[in-house]
Design a protein around this ligand. Structure first.
Ligand code: 13P
Length: 252
């Protein structure tokens, strides 16, 4: 059985005061033995304080990005060892905002994935096509390319300690989520691509859906056989909404 995961990507939002309020509400209401695992991913500067606030709860901590390099003259970067040092268990790599706005290549994302694992962080590898790719019927080609870069560098067994998030770019922050059927189709494709290398890894890897997930559409998305939870942006900033999404993941 794959335990579902609901992860909140806070992106460039929050303040010490807002984070404190949000975590207080989440920890007060998130059941210790929830069906779904819960992860929050605040901006770098708040990680250490969020780790402190989450102590004693079953909510885990992740970062939104990591440097591919271990240490050295890389101004502005944050290493996997540093993330581990301040209490992170997970890190998002290859989010479409990093790939598109900051021009991160498939190869760089693959190196970030490997850097995270080298320090025992679990990478949440984001993949997803843009609208033009989908309209040109190139969705699977794009997803395959993004996935294969990681498989080439780290091998399929690395996915025993990784999570994948399918996030169609056209669904992120647009209010237009993929339909459950569209999500299922791509999730099944991703699982089959892992399965071509290892049936066991394919069967065990959690594949999350991200892109305009809300309390109102989470249950139907999570009901699909290859959707193992969600990576949530905007709706993860509101405790009630995020908790409702977590509850939807727990009823499957
Ligand atoms: P939204 O849930 O705001 O669409 O963002 C999704 C996302 O990018 C999560 O990483």
């Amino acid at each position: 059985m794959r335990r579902p995961i609901v992860a909140g990507n806070w992106k460039l939002h929050g303040s010490r005061a807002e984070n404190g309020r949000l975590i207080e509400e989440l920890t007060a209401q998130f059941p210790a033995k929830a069906v779904a695992a819960c992860i929050v991913c605040p901006p770098f500067v708040y990680l250490q304080e969020c780790a402190r606030l989450l102590r004693g709860s079953s909510i885990e901590l992740g970062a939104q990005d990591v440097c591919a390099e271990a240490q050295g003259a890389f101004t502005g970067e944050v290493s996997a060892a540093m993330l581990k040092d301040v209490g992170c268990e997970y890190v998002i790599v290859g989010h479409s905002e990093r790939r598109l706005i900051y021009r991160e290549s498939d190869q760089l994302v693959a190196r970030k994935f490997a850097a995270a694992q080298s320090k025992s962080l679990v990478p949440i590898l984001c993949v997803g096509e843009q609208l033009a790719d989908r309209e040109a019927d190139r969705t699977e080609e794009v997803i395959a390319r993004q996935l294969d870069a990681v498989l080439a560098l780290s091998g399929v067994d690395a996915f025993a300690n990784a999570v994948i998030a399918y996030e169609p770019v056209w669904a992120i922050g647009t209010g237009r989520n993929a339909t459950p059927e569209q999500a299922q189709q791509v999730h099944a494709f991703i699982r089959a691509r892992l399965g071509a290398r290892s049936d066991k890894i394919a069967a065990e890897t959690r594949i999350l859906y991200g892109g305009s997930v809300k309390a109102g559409n989470a249950a139907e998305l999570f009901a699909m056989p290859d959707v193992d939870g969600g990576l949530i942006g905007g709706a993860s900033l509101k405790a009630d909404e995020f908790l409702a999404i977590l509850a939807a993941a727990g009823t499957q």
